[in-house]
Write a protein that binds this ligand. Structure first.
Ligand SMILES: NC(=O)c1ccc[n+]([C@@H]2O[C@H](COP(=O)([O-])OP(=O)(O)OC[C@H]3O[C@@H](n4cnc5c(N)ncnc54)[C@H](OP(=O)(O)O)[C@@H]3O)[C@@H](O)[C@H]2O)c1
Length: 302
């Protein structure tokens, strides 16, 4: 497993971590992923998976980088401190490696939130501060509010078919040494990627490289400087397959083929705003509905 530096912290993390949204297979498969070298797990107070993560890392806690998230309704300083204490308890640990603000909450002053985050960093309950789903402007505001502690990461959607962040966020993060943690690196399922691959380039590359389609798709993310990926799998088979996305690279020619033949999109600002403000339960419903729609319609709504 290739390790990559988290921002410019001097701390190195695996370039493939393990996502746990909608994960329900218990600690066993997570443990297998850790043993295969994906010593980086992403969870959130809202996922209901912190306890499984805590169990999975038992006996090897000091080797694993645990990232969790605080939900936006808990961004007031007292609420945030309570949330972190509850996460620590569920995770069975006394320190969170990376605490991420799950998404912006404009109804709570960022200064209030960041004051609490700084206090947790100073107290040693949190090692590093990160954000998720923040735009460039929101990142700058959060960094100004946090002061001397750096924001080390921004966790955002990034995959072969949704390249929205390439417009401004990815260049900004690179220029400022902020690690991009790519979520939904498999676009929530290979069928979504195949919908945008009319000529079958992924399967072609899988054949020529001897890698699986998922490994091709995840490796595409890893070929981007400053990007790590956190695919989620609900089986040992999927998790181990995803670990095999590291330790090699697609060639320049293979990346060019993907650029030319995958029908990717970069979302408009309006589209991004609609997605950002759709409430969580509606997003889950939308994901389920999308999966049963005919392929043509799925592509248009993706
Ligand atoms: N910060 C945020 O707002 C945010 C939002 C979304 C996600 N995330 C994080 O990012 C993680 C990953 O995103 P995601 O879970 O939405 O989607 P994803 O990782 O892009 O895709 C997961 C889907 O791919 C399938 N899959 C996994 N490995 C596979 C393999 N090797 N071959 C074929 N299919 C495979 C899974 O099936 P099975 O489940 O059946 O294995 C599941 O249906 C989340 O778990 C979460 O930690 C963060």
């Amino acid at each position: 497993m290739i390790l990559t530096e988290l921002a410019n912290t001097g701390v190195f993390i695996p370039e493939v971590g393990i996502g746990t949204w909608d994960y329900h297979a218990g600690p066993g498969p997570l443990r297998k992923g850790l043993e295969a070298g994906a010593l980086f797990i992403d969870t959130a107070e809202s996922y209901g998976t912190e306890a499984a993560v805590g169990e999975a890392v038992r006996g090897m806690r000091e080797r694993v980088f645990i990232a969790t998230k605080v939900s936006p309704q808990h961004f007031r300083s007292a609420d945030l401190r309570r949330s972190v204490d509850a996460s620590l308890k569920r995770l069975g640990t006394d320190v969170i490696d990376l605490l991420q603000l799950h998404e912006p909450n404009p109804s709570i002053p960022i200064a209030d939130t960041m004051q609490a985050v700084a206090g947790l960093l100073d107290a040693g309950k949190v090692r590093f501060a990160g954000v998720s789903n923040f735009s460039v402007t929101q990142l700058q505001e959060a960094q100004n509010a946090l002061g001397r502690h750096p924001i080390v990461s921004n966790q955002v959607r990034y995959n072969l078919i949704d390249r929205t962040i390439e417009q401004d966020l990815l260049p900004y993060c690179r220029a400022n040494r902020i690690t991009v943690i790519a979520y939904c690196p498999l676009a929530r399922g290979l069928n979504r990627i195949r919908d945008c691959d009319p000529t079958g380039v992924i399967d072609e590359l899988a054949q020529t490289t001897g890698r699986s389609p998922a490994q091709i798709v995840i490796n595409w993310c890893l070929c981007r400087d400053g990007v790590v990926a956190i695919p989620k799998g609900n089986s040992i088979e999927h998790i181990l397959d995803n670990c095999g996305a590291s330790d090699w690279r697609l060639s320049r020619e293979q990346l060019d083929l993907l650029d030319a033949r995958i029908q990717f999109r970069r979302r408009s600002r309006f589209d991004q705003l609609v997605r950002q403000w759709l409430p969580g339960p509606l997003q889950t419903l939308a994901v389920g509905t999308m999966n049963v729609l005919p392929r043509g319609l799925r592509r248009r709504l993706r």
